[in-house]
Design a protein around this ligand. Structure first.
Ligand SMILES: Cc1ncc(COP(=O)(O)O)c(C=O)c1O
Length: 452
C-alpha cells in the first residue's frame, strides 16, 4: 500500500510545469514550480511544519501549547495543519488588507483569527507585529513563531524546495525567479542552488511600496519607498532576517495593476489557477526577459492557489473599481459601467445655494447639474461658489439660478473618452452622458483619472 501517515507527509514534491503562452516572448525554457499542490494550497506548509518541529526540538513548543503568529494567511494555513496533527491551539493575527477568503479559510481549519489595521507603523501597538508579540507574552505556554526572523523558514526551503528544483531540472536550472515576502523562499532556495552552482542567478520580485529593491541596490532603508499597496504576499516595510540579500542577484518591481492582470492571465492562458504573487512573478519574469538566453532554464515559483483571490483579482467589479481593467475603457459607456451604482445628483434652479452645498457634502461631490422644467439648464461647482462667497457672504440664502453657470455638454454613450476629456476644461467641469429614456450620468475629470 502507498499512503501518507497523516496530511503533513503529503507536503512537498510539487510539480514543475512549463509555461507556454505567457512565456512565448522569452527565449528560454520557462518552468513553474506550482506550490498550490501542497495540502494547505501554498508553499508555506513546508516552512510552517519545519518551524513547529524545530521549536519542538528546541523545547520552545511544548505539549498542549499555543502557537501564535502574525500571518497573512498562507503560513497560518500551514501552521493550522501542523497544529491539528500535533494537537496545538493556534492564534493567527492578520492584517485587514488580506482577502476575506483567507480569514474564512483559517477559521475553517480551527485557527482563532485576530484582525489588525494595515496602515499603521510596524511599531504601533495596533500593528499585527505588535499584537502578535503582546499575545505571546500574555498567553501561558505559548510560542510566537515570527516567520520573518525565524530562520527555520529559510531552512525549510534549503532542505526541501531547493533540492526538489535542482533534481527536477536535472541540475540545468540557470535562473530562479520568485516573489519575496519574509524572504524564506528566495533565501533558502537561492542558497541551496548557489551552493550547487554559483552561476545560477537568483531574482526577487518586489512591489511598489516595499523597501527590498532599493535596499538591495543601495544599502539604504528608504522610508519614502514605503506606502500602501494591493499585491498580496510580497514586499515588506521591514527587513526580515530571512531575507539573505547576499544570495539575491537583483530585484524587479511589479505594479499592483500588472500583478492583478497577470494573475488572471496565468489562469486563462495557462490553466494554472494561482494566487496574486504568482501573477507578479510572471510579470516580473517578462520584465527580466533580456537576462535570459535560448539555452537557459528559468524556474519561477508560484506560492499559492487562486481560490483565495476569487473576490479580488478574479472579480471584474473589484478589478474595475481599482481601474485595473482600464485598458478596456474606450467610450462613455465603459466609464458609466464603472460608476453604475452612482445615480445622478442634481439641484433645481429655485433651490437655495445652501441646498446645493448640503447635497455636495452629503454625496461628497464638487459639482451639480441644475434642472428646471426644460431639463438641464445650468451647472454649479464648488470653485464658482467659493468665488461668489468671497464677494457676498450671504449667497447661501439666495437661489441657485443666480450663481449657476452654463449647462454641461451632453454626449451619447458611444462618445470616445478622448472626446469627453477635451470637453472637460476650466469652464466645463463635467459632461452628461445621455443613456436614453430620459436617463443621464455625469462624468467628471476625477472619473476619467480614477479609471486610468
Ligand atoms: C502568496 C504569497 N506569495 C509570496 C510570499 C513570499 O514568500 P516568502 O515569505 O517565502 O518570501 C508569501 C509569503 O508570505 C505569500 O503568502
Amino acid at each position: 500500500m502507498n499512503y501518507a501517515k497523516n496530511i503533513l507527509e503529503t507536503i512537498g514534491h510539487t510539480p514543475l510545469v512549463q509555461l507556454n503562452a505567457l512565456a512565448k516572448d522569452i527565449d528560454a525554457l520557462v518552468l513553474a514550480k506550482v506550490e498550490s499542490f501542497n495540502p494547505g494550497n501554498s508553499i508555506k506548509d513546508r516552512m510552517a511544519v519545519k518551524m513547529i518541529e524545530d521549536a519542538e526540538s528546541k523545547g520552545l513548543l511544548n505539549p498542549g501549547g499555543t502557537i501564535i503568529e502574525g500571518t497573512s494567511g498562507n503560513t497560518g494555513m500551514g501552521l493550522a495543519l501542523g497544529a491539528i496533527v500535533k494537537g496545538y491551539r493556534l492564534v493567527c493575527v492578520i492584517n485587514d488588507k488580506q482577502s476575506k477568503e483567507k480569514i474564512d479559510i483559517l477559521r475553517a481549519v480551527g485557527a482563532e483569527v485576530v484582525v489588525c489595521p494595515t496602515n499603521v507603523e510596524p511599531g504601533d501597538p495596533r500593528s499585527y507585529y505588535s499584537v502578535s508579540k503582546r499575545l505571546a507574552d500574555e498567553i501561558p505556554n505559548s510560542w510566537y513563531v515570527n516567520q520573518y526572523d525565524n530562520l527555520s523558514n529559510a531552512a525549510a526551503h534549503y532542505e526541501q524546495t531547493g533540492p526538489e528544483i535542482w533534481d527536477q531540472t536535472d541540475g540545468r536550472i540557470t535562473h530562479f525567479v520568485v516573489g519575496v515576502g519574509t524572504g524564506g523562499t528566495i533565501s533558502g532556495v537561492g542558497k541551496y542552488l548557489k551552493e550547487k552552482n554559483p552561476k545560477i542567478k537568483i531574482w526577487g520580485i518586489d512591489t511598489y511600496g516595499s523597501v527590498f529593491k532599493k535596499y538591495h541596490e543601495t544599502g539604504v532603508f528608504d522610508e519614502n519607498e514605503i506606502y500602501p499597496y494591493i499585491t498580496e504576499g510580497i514586499g515588506e516595510d521591514i527587513l526580515p532576517k530571512n531575507v539573505d540579500f547576499d544570495v539575491i542577484d537583483g530585484f524587479t518591481k511589479v505594479t499592483d495593476k500588472d500583478a492583478a492582470i497577470y494573475t488572471r492571465k496565468l489562469t486563462r492562458e495557462e490553466g494554472i489557477f494561482a494566487g496574486n504573487s504568482a501573477g507578479a512573478a510572471v510579470k516580473g519574469l517578462i520584465q527580466l526577459k533580456e537576462h535570459f538566453k535560448k539555452e537557459d532554464v528559468v524556474v519561477v515559483l508560484f506560492h499559492d492557489h487562486g481560490s483565495r483571490y476569487v473576490a479580488k483579482m478574479f472579480n471584474d467589479d473589484w478589478m474595475r473599481d481599482r481601474g485595473f481593467l482600464g485598458s478596456e475603457i474606450k467610450t462613455a459607456a465603459d466609464l458609466v459601467k464603472i460608476h453604475e451604482k452612482s445615480s445622478l445628483i442634481t439641484a433645481k434652479t429655485e433651490e437655495l445655494v445652501m441646498h446645493a452645498i448640503e447635497r455636495m457634502k452629503k454625496y461628497d461631490i464638487s459639482q451639480l447639474p441644475i434642472t428646471d422644467r426644460e431639463g438641464y439648464v445650468g451647472s454649479i461647482d464648488e470653485s464658482d461658489l467659493f468665488k461668489a462667497w468671497m464677494e457676498d457672504k450671504d449667497i447661501v440664502k439666495r437661489p441657485i439660478k443666480d450663481y449657476m453657470q452654463a449647462p454641461y455638454p451632453v454626449v451619447d454613450k458611444s462618445t470616445s473618452i478622448e472626446k469627453i476629456a477635451k470637453l472637460i476644461n476650466k469652464k466645463n467641469k463635467a459632461v452628461l452622458i445621455d443613456l436614453g429614456k430620459g436617463m443621464y450620468r455625469i462624468i467628471t475629470k476625477h472619473d476619467i483619472i480614477s479609471a486610468l
